[in-house]
Design a protein around this ligand. Structure first.
Ligand code: UD1
Length: 437
């Protein structure tokens, strides 16, 4: 991971409840593909509310490497990023940034649409199991791209992309986004069957439609999981200004932090409607949740620890079910609740890397295949633990908030890939937590 500064760590003095209000940042997983989609629009796009995180900076560097002009303006409510792609010429993406972040792969569809050509190395990203890109490549090929590999590099070329019917064997978020981007300016109509239905896919469609694309993603007459893209001329796409939605995974992480540490926390600026599966688990575990749909706020009441119990079973699944990105925060919270929880990970093959660290803190968690069994209610003790990936790193911070003594989460650069200011946010809620170099 080139841009993770490994010598950084987060220091936590645990055993303090969380109380207060914080604002939720813009969504990483919505902003990244929308930034990539700017590549399709030969003009200046303005994205408001982008999170200030390393993955976004990495995507901006990738756009710049193609000749795009990118301006980042820091604002209280999030960064405003202006992307001007009028001078985009280069189709080779620099290895340094592609290896740092898996979502760089979504640039392939956009660059094929814009330049008819792209060359990337195999992408990197968090180590959470095998992450092939066969569905992305297969989709682009079906649209007419020629794809070949040379060593670690993938080349894709298309004189002309042609609409077609693509049925995904699994509703991959990234593959759906890549195919959408390549199909926007293809000749004719593309139908994606078994497309991903995550809000980040919907947001990409909304953004592209605002810019002049013709994508039917939620029509009342469309069968579930189907997206239809009516290809248009590239010249018909136009400049647009767009507000990025807020981050359902960051919001969910803080809800689990409050459930684990106890207290009463209000999250402002939440993506209302996208937290249902998470709120359902939290209420079943005994905390109260109040959603204020007019103000886009959620409050969790978890001050009475005697009421918090594990539920028997949770599995991760595609949206709208419980997201894999919140599986580690859930496990950290389950360590603090009485009783046993079994968690089945159904999306990624090796996403239990925090379990070893949690056990070193005294947690009773076992893993067999895709099933983790958490027996909660044991005291956690502060230790030095390693953040090996983004969401697992955040989950270790949650464990540190609940442990006695001092917890140091090392390699916290991974956490900065997705959380704008986890230390600042938790400090506002009363935690004793600091960044250490
Ligand atoms: C996106 C999210 C990530 C989230 C995941 C699942 C971004 C930047 N990342 O990742 O945070 O955890 O969705 O909600 O938005 N697969 C294949 N072949 C492919 C593509 C995927 O086998 O070509 C498999 C993966 O290995 C995995 C599963 O499909 O087992 C889900 O992956 P996918 O939905 O593509 O996730 P990402 O788009 O990578």
């Amino acid at each position: 991971m080139t841009h993770c500064r490994d010598n950084e760590s987060i220091w936590i003095e645990g055993k303090r409840p969380l109380n207060g209000r914080i604002q939720i940042q813009g969504s990483k997983n919505a902003a990244l593909p929308i930034l990539a989609a700017c590549m399709l629009i030969p003009g200046k796009c303005v994205l408001k509310g982008c999170p200030d995180i390393t993955d976004i900076k990495c995507m901006c560097s990738l756009l710049q490497s193609t000749g795009a002009e990118v301006e980042i303006c820091g604002m209280k409510t999030g960064n405003q990023i202006t992307v001007d792609t009028r001078n985009v010429r280069k189709h080779r993406l620099p290895e340094k940034y592609v290896s740092a972040m898996r979502s760089s792969v979504v640039l392939m569809g956009a660059m094929l649409g814009r330049l008819g050509e792209v060359c990337v190395n195999y992408p990197g990203g968090c180590v959470i199991g095998e992450r092939p890109i066969d569905l992305h490549l297969c989709g682009l090929e079906k649209l007419g791209a020629q794809i070949w590999t040379e060593g670690n590099h993938i080349h894709a070329y298309a004189d002309e992309l042609r609409g077609t019917v693509i049925e995904l064997p699994f509703p991959s978020v990234g593959a759906t986004q890549n195919i959408i981007m390549a199909a926007v300016t293809a000749q004719g109509t593309t139908v994606i069957k078994n497309a991903a239905r995550e809000p980040e896919v919907t947001e990409l469609c909304k953004f592209l439609n605002r810019a002049g694309a013709k994508i039917d993603y939620a029509g009342a007459f469309l069968p579930e999981g189907r997206i239809v893209i009516y290809g248009i001329e590239l010249s018909r796409l136009h400049e647009v200004s767009y507000e990025i939605i807020t981050d359902r995974i960051v919001a969910g992480t803080y809800l689990f932090a409050a459930l684990a540490a106890g207290g009463e926390v209000t999250l402002e600026n939440i993506p209302i409607g996208q937290l249902d599966s998470t709120c359902d688990i939290i209420t079943r575990m005994g905390a109260a949740i109040a959603l204020d749909e007019d103000r886009n706020e959620v409050t969790i009441y978890a001050d009475d620890r005697s009421k918090i119990f594990n539920i028997p079973y949770v599995e991760t699944q595609v949206y709208p079910a419980f997201p894999t990105d919140l599986q580690s925060p859930l496990i950290a919270a389950a360590c603090m609740a009485k009783g046993q929880l079994k968690v089945r990970e159904k999306i990624f093959s090796s996403r239990f890397r925090i379990v070893e660290e949690l056990r070193r803190m005294g947690a009773d968690v076992t893993v067999e295949g895709d099933l983790a069994v958490v027996t909660g209610g044991r005291e956690l003790e502060g230790r030095t633990v390693i953040a090996r990936e983004l969401r697992g790193g955040a989950a270790l911070v949650i464990a540190g908030l609940c442990a006695s003594g001092i917890t140091t989460v090392t390699d916290s650069g991974y956490i900065e890939r997705g959380y704008q200011d986890i230390v600042g946010d938790l400090t506002k809620l009363g935690a004793r937590i600091k960044n250490r170099n």
